[in-house]
Design a protein around this ligand. Structure first.
Ligand SMILES: [Zn+2]
Length: 96
């Protein structure tokens, strides 16, 4: 995997083929694959394009390091809160 992976996509607004780096994409994962989509800003017309993301696209985007946002039901009964233990600062003194 190389840093700076780029994807060629079609803009649904200006119908132009554009090539954008992975960092320009946003991937949203819904509860079902049908609710998953990715979005990007077209550099040509400035439109915010959003398209449905299939399994292959999701795999490709996540593999390239695209920012992924997972949709979770608001106020769900099983709201899991992960509490990370605060790590202590390792103090090291140089002894003679
Ligand atoms: Zn466009």
């Amino acid at each position: 995997m190389e840093p700076g992976t780029r994807f060629k996509v079609y803009c649904s607004e200006c119908r132009e083929k554009v090539e954008l780096p992975a960092e320009e994409f946003r991937l949203t994962l819904g509860r079902t694959p049908a609710q998953s989509h990715y979005s990007f800003g077209c550099p040509l017309c400035g439109a915010s394009v959003r398209k449905q993301a299939g399994e292959k696209i999701v795999a490709a985007l996540t593999g390239a390091g695209v920012r992924t946002m997972r949709l979770v039901p608001a106020g769900g009964p099983g709201a899991a809160g992960a509490v990370l233990p605060s790590g202590g600062t390792g103090r090291a003194e140089a002894g003679g």
